[in-house]
Structure formats: C-alpha cells, structure tokens
Design a protein around this ligand. Structure first.
Ligand code: PMP
Length: 388
C-alpha cells in the first residue's frame, strides 16, 4: 500500500504535488534559460514572502544552519559583541556559531517554555555596545514564539542589527521584515516555505548589507562569503548567469513553484490560516487534558505545538501508536526536558482536515495507552474552533 502517513513534524513537512513535480523534472543546466528565469523569479518572490522590498535575498544550497552561518560569518568580525535572545536549543546553537567567528556572546535566557521580557532585553541592550542581536522567532525545541516586532524596535533603538532565525516561522508566522525593522531574516526550505530540505534562505536588509560592506576583516568562511554569492544573486535576478558554486537546480525550481503558491494565497491569508489551525490544535490538546511546554498562549508558536505527555505515558508508548494511526509526530528536542513532551508541526499547506487527522490519531494513540479521557473531546474542540 502507498505510504499515506501524514508527516506532521516541525519540518520537513508535507509538500505540494506541484513542488514535488518540479523536484522530479529532468535536471537542466544551471545556465538553461528556464532555470535562469526560475532562479530570478525565486529571488524576486523571496522579497515578497519576507515582506522586505529592499532586501537582498540569498538562495544557497545547504540547510537552515547554513542560513544561520551566512548571517554570522558575514556580519560578525572578531571582537564584536552579540546578544542572543535565547528561548531554547537554537539560541544555544546561534551563540556557539557566532563565537566561532570571534564574537563576544551574551545569552539572555528565560526559564524553559518562556521568553525574556522586553524590559530585560532593553536593559541588556542598554548595558551593551552590541553590534548584533539574534532572535529565534520560533524555537522549535520549545514551541516558544518571541515578539520580533518589539525586539527589533529595541535593537534599532540601541544601534544593534536584528537578525531573526525564522527557520520555523517564515511563511507561517506573521513576520514583516521592513515594517518591523528586522535587518536580516533567514529560513530553510523544508519548513513553512514548503520545499524539500536543502536550501538555506536569507534576506538581508539594507543595514545588514551596509554592515557587510563596512567590514575591516575578510569573511572567515569561504563558502558562506557574500562576496562570492552576491554577484550570483544579482546575475540571476538580471536574468543572466554568473558562477560560484553549482546551484541546486531542482531545489531552486521547486522553491520558485512553492513561493508562487505562497504568494497566490497571499501573506495575510496565509498567516491567518496558520493561526486558525494552531488555535484548533492547542484547543484540542487542552481538551484532552495535556499540558504544553510554552508557559502561556501568549508565548506559544502558531507553526507548531509542543504538548507534554500525560502522567504515565512516554514517547515510546504514544508516538508509535499515533504513527500506526497514520500520523508521524516528533519527540522532544530540548535536552533538559526531551522525554517530557512531543512536537506537532502544522505549517505550510496544512489544512483543517490534516489537523483533525492529527488530533484523531493522538486520541487513538492515547486510548491505546489506556490514558483516560472523553473520546472525541480533542476532535470536538478543534472542530469548534474551525466552526467559529
Ligand atoms: N533554527 C531553527 C529555529 C530550527 O527549527 C532549525 C531546524 N529545526 C534550525 C535553525 C536548523 O535548521 P537545519 O536543521 O535545516 O539546519
């Protein structure tokens, strides 16, 4: 039988058939006219999806960590001070990455499941001389969302560049780079952008590009150096070609298809759909009597949900049963609470039907674990949100 399990982890996600068709099309030369057009169009569409009309997009083969690296390598010089707004595993990663380029890194942390307050961030920035502040929009290890708009405003006021790790957010969570004053946002293809894994996606705003151009030292990472990639992006956008490294031809073509689908839906409709599905998911989890890692609704992401296992039920008990019921979910990631929770991704092309299937499979799994609950309570709670 065809593998019809629904992949509902926080990336990779389920991809649109048209995107998969582009992946499976015969690979052309990277200088073929059709590919030049697709690459050029993808660069233009990135600006629209990131809501940054004057930004410089970079599309480079690699995972989301390379996107983080592109920002770090090009914006940090040895001795620069960087502030990491740390809401979990990926904040730790960003701090380690920046330190590798010689940054003096300060982490501002909150208890697991929470985020540092704007007041605490302001105090840290005021004390600081920071060149750059990183913010993880949604930390995939905790499901906590940060207030990027408020944080970017503070960074701007204190003269720090605001770099947003939007790997679990871009094209799902509301993110308005230009309006909010975000200087760089980055993501990976396999999440809400809706393209198989393998592309690092960055949009650098004017202040970030100015900081790059004002560097006094060479970029320490040869592959990531914007001096190598900027001429390539400019050439493809001008519908010509320049070579540095062979582009991931099929992935770029697939990305262009996916960005087209995203823009056809419209960014505001897309954000609203993600909010509705998330609200339904969280209502269902609550109705089943399960807690969540984020300490409140206000700090919970809309691209994913991080429910806690109920007393007496483990990952090994529940997730294989949910999978047998047709839905693949992810275990925990944050090292300190890894065994205490699981993760549901609901981003990209996710529909109301997908979410009801997820909740139904969780209920089936919980029942098989002998967890006591009112059968159908989760599905009913989700349907109620959809009906409202
Ligand atoms: N940042 C965040 C918030 C992520 O969720 C991830 C991936 N889960 C990454 C960075 C790293 O991306 P990748 O695994 O594609 O390198």
């Amino acid at each position: 039988m065809k593998d019809r399990r629904l992949l509902m982890i926080p990336g990779p996600i389920e991809f649109e058939p048209a995107v998969m068709q582009a992946m499976g099309a015969p690979t052309t030369s990277h200088i073929a006219p059709n590919f030049i057009e697709a690459f050029g169009q993808a660069i233009e569409r990135m600006r629209e999806v990131f809501l940054c009309p004057d930004g410089q997009p970079f599309i480079v083969a690699g995972s989301g960590t390379l996107a983080m690296d592109l920002a770090g390598a090009n914006l940090i010089e040895p001795g620069d001070k960087a502030l990491v707004i740390n809401t979990g595993y990926f904040g730790d990663r960003y701090g380690n990455l920046l330190a590798r380029y010689g940054a003096e890194v300060t982490h501002l942390r909150a208890p697991i499941g929470d985020r540092p307050s704007l007041g605490a961030v302001e105090t840290a920035l005021a004390g600081g001389g920071f060149k750059l502040m990183t913010v993880t929009h949604v930390d995939t290890s905790t499901g906590v969302i940060t207030d990027v708009e408020g944080l970017a405003k503070l960074a701007r006021a204190h003269g720090a560049l605001c770099v947003v790790d939007g790997v679990c957010s871009v094209a799902g969570e509301t993110l308005r780079m230009t309006d909010w004053g975000v200087d760089l946002a980055l993501t990976a293809s396999q999440k809400a952008v809706g393209t198989p894994p393998g592309l690092a996606l960055v949009v650098a705003g004017p202040r970030a590009m100015d900081a790059f151009k004002a560097r006094k030292t060479p970029v320490a990472n040869y592959y990531a150096d914007w001096a190598n990639w900027l001429p390539i992006m400019e050439a493809y956008e001008a519908r010509s070609v320049s070579y540095f490294g062979t582009p991931a031809v099929n992935l770029v073509a697939a990305l262009n298809v996916s960005l087209g689908i995203i823009l056809d839906e419209g960014m505001d409709s897309r954000f609203a759909r993600h909010q509705l599905v998330s609200k339904a998911c969280k209502a269902a989890i609550k109705a089943l009597g399960l807690g969540q890692v984020p300490v409140s609704d206000a700090v919970a992401a809309t691209t994913m949900t991080a429910p806690r296992f109920p007393e007496g039920v483990t990952k090994g008990d529940l997730l294989p049963r949910v999978k047998a019921a047709g839905v693949v979910l992810a275990g925990g990631l944050h090292p300190e609470i890894k065994s205490e929770y699981f993760r549901i991704g609901h981003m990209g092309s996710v529909s109301q039907g997908d979410l009801l299937a997820v909740v139904g499979a969780i209920e089936t799994g919980l029942a098989a674990c002998d967890y006591p609950f009112d059968t159908g309570a989760g599905v009913a709670a989700a349907m109620e949100v959809f009906a409202s």
